[in-house]
Design a protein around this ligand. Sequence first.
Ligand code: C5P
Length: 223
Amino acid sequence: EDPLPLTGRHILVTAGPTVESIDPVRFLSNHSSGRQGYAIAESLSRLGARVTLVSGPVALPCPPGVERIAVRTAREMLQACESALPADAAVCVAAVSDWRPETTASGKLKKDGPAPPALRLVENPDILATLSHSPQRPALVVGFAAETDQHRLHGGLKLARKGCDWLLVNDVSEGRVFGGTTNQVLFLDGKQEEVWPEMSKRDLAMKLAGHIRNFLAGPQVMP
Ligand code: C5P
């Protein structure tokens, strides 16, 4: 069997949180560690793919052989992704901040006003949905979704709304997953669903990379 079945393929992976500044010292972000996305980038690279990893700020080293593009905000992440196209597949694992402050104060906000400052938020671009609807859409677009309840229902709706091909839904109730080393997902492809057992993020990455390899190898047969 070919040890490098993804040779010649280009795959885009997003990972980590985004960071949206309120002022020079404060920001909006989330608890994403980047571990799952980095593991996926590494697994795809090991199978021979050229991997572009567009990453928010995380404390992880860049996996060997992977090209990392470091970004902070959702808008920077989108721009880096669009510049990285064309790609054969895109795997969006980043925990993108849904909103950002409408404005970023140029100086540190002061506490001594009459009332606490109001934070007005505006919506960030949806990178997964944008890539799914791009004229340069990769043949395969994969998303993740963190849900606390009704995984099938919310996952199915999200798959359709985002326009991606596969969605891996993970359960984040009871503080699971974020920052942890294992993951448990429901795999949806719009036709069928598969419950994947709890496994390490590394094993999940290898399993997903295998599915991507099968998809890109064949006449687009489903795994
Ligand atoms: O809507 P939700 O955040 O649950 O969707 C999760 C999926 O969408 C993930 O794959 C995430 O990387 C992607 N996403 C994105 N851009 C956003 C929000 C989510 O790419 N602004």
